[in-house]
Design a protein around this ligand. Structure first.
Ligand SMILES: [Cu+2]
Length: 107
């Protein structure tokens, strides 16, 4: 069983190692777990994104994506479309207005 698992893991690593880029996300305006979960969920759904993790405390994140399928500006646009600033890009103002109160920047 263990052998099978390891070979699966190897296969997975090898098949994914080509053509992948890693980029960091600067998420200065996330406030709570809801924010980070929302970003993780939405970014993970984008075609070409392999892995995404958001660090709430560090207000940052990391995304692994296939550069042939998606580029960073598309990923950033999804995040700004949720109402959050990312990598210096401003959040969509309407989406920001619609955020839960706890997800807005402290006044
Ligand atoms: Cu929140």
């Amino acid at each position: 069983m263990r052998k099978i698992f390891i070979s699966f893991l190897l296969f997975f690593i090898m098949s994914c190692s080509s053509d992948s880029s890693t980029a960091s996300l600067e998420l200065k305006t996330i406030q709570c777990l809801m924010c980070s979960a929302k970003i993780e969920e939405s970014v993970a759904k984008i075609d070409g994104v392999k892995n995404v993790s958001v660090d709430l405390k560090g207000q940052s994140g990391k995304v692994v994506y296939k550069a042939s399928l998606v580029d960073m500006s598309k990923i950033e646009n999804v995040i700004t479309g949720l109402g959050y600033d990312v990598n210096g890009k401003k959040a969509d103002p309407i989406a920001y207005q619609n955020l839960e109160l706890c997800c807005k920047k402290p006044q």
